[in-house]
Design a protein around this ligand. Structure first.
Ligand code: ZN
Length: 357
């Protein structure tokens, strides 16, 4: 061993080491020059470190300023979120807040511009927002947030009885009382509103939408559509849609023609499913809450669509009893679109539905 140590030339060894260090330094400088030669076009702070996104072909400004429109639809497995696809994004971040909580939580990321939240509970109200992300190994960029969407969730069992309560000619001064009762029992209804009335009851419309009720169209001013020209029918539908959209952010999903009057021209011009009824309470004729109650409870069956009007005190009084009584009998109280969805029926534009079984 001693002989081995004696034979080592220490001068040569330190010289080799110095050359080795020099080579490393040169390599490092070459790589860092290469890095700065790429002009970084955006910077962002990720944690405490400033990272660089150096892809020249991405239009960063249009990404950062992208307007993301978020819409939400309940389906049989949860809330389906659909939002604007943002060019160049590598993924989307889904944020959620349960009503009453302080801040939003990142619940998931996905590469698609569709996301279904299945981790929600009946009776809770949820608020969502999303944003787009460009993720690269150098770092990440995030777009601004979408609009926020807020909705109460109610889950239904497709194997249990369902019924759709529908209200025409409103909104009116009794609509809020009906909504409060629906909310209390985790029940939904469909309101076939008049375009003429909606601006007077904006908060009712918003509340209905928030608790999961459906907003349909009963035309603008309750005209018999069968006597109108194509142009006039279109105007009745479009004028009403425009007002509804301004209040709840989307158009009426369904149309109920006044008097249930439909002909082939009406079916052709209305580009939405047409919904009539198979249980007529005749609430407008009797103006009796007990008769309205009996007319529902004596004839109700699975898949029925029940006609009422939320503009009469007697109807409101009846509904406050009908909702718990239906629940007691094991009925789930759903919107017309939910009835179709849970029964596995795809509603078609221009087709008439009087019940969904
Ligand atoms: Zn009517």
């Amino acid at each position: 061993m001693k002989a081995l140590f004696k034979n080592i030339n220490y001068k040569l060894l330190s010289c080799v080491f110095a050359v080795f260090l020099l080579v490393i330094l040169i390599l490092m400088s070459v790589f860092s020059v290469n890095k700065t030669e790429k002009q970084p076009i955006a910077k962002m702070v990720s944690g405490n470190a400033v990272e660089e996104i150096s892809e020249k072909e991405i239009d960063i400004n249009s990404f950062l300023n992208a307007e993301i429109e978020l819409t939400l639809k309940p389906n049989t497995s949860g809330f389906k979120l659909v939002y604007t696809a943002v060019p160049n994004s590598t993924e989307y971040e889904i944020y959620r807040k349960i009503n009453g909580e302080k801040g939003f939580t990142l619940i998931d990321t996905t590469q698609k511009n569709i996301f279904t939240d299945t981790t929600i509970i009946t009776g809770n109200t949820y608020i969502y927002k999303v944003r787009a992300v460009i993720k690269q190994k150098e770092g990440q960029l995030t777009s601004g947030f979408s609009n926020k969407v807020k909705k109460k969730f109610v889950w239904f069992d497709k194997d249990k009885k369902m019924v759709a309560l529908t209200f025409d000619d409103g909104p009116g001064k009794y609509t809020n009382k009906i909504l409060k009762c629906l909310d209390k029992y985790n029940a939904h209804a469909t309101f076939f509103t008049l375009g003429l009335q909606v601006n007077k009851y904006k908060s009712s419309l918003k509340k209905a939408d928030l608790i999961g009720c459906e907003i349909g169209s009963h035309t603008f001013d309750h005209t018999n559509l069968t006597v109108l020209s194509k142009k006039e029918i279109k105007s009745e539908i479009n004028k009403t849609d425009k007002r509804i959209k301004k209040i709840i952010g989307r158009k009426a999903t369904l149309v109920r023609p006044p008097y249930g009057a439909v002909n082939s021209k009406v079916k052709k011009v209305i580009k939405k499913p047409i919904v009539t009824w198979n249980v007529d309470t005749r609430d407008w004729a009797t103006l009796s809450s007990s008769k309205t109650f009996d007319n529902v409870m004596n004839s109700v069956g699975d898949g029925d669509i029940i006609l009422m009007h939320d503009i009469y005190r007697s109807t409101k009084d009846a509904v406050l009893k009908i909702i718990p009584a239906l629940k007691q009998k094991g009925y789930q109280i759903v919107t017309v679109s939910e009835l179709a969805e849970y029964k596995g029926i795809k509603l078609k534009n221009g087709e008439v539905y009087r019940e969904i079984k």
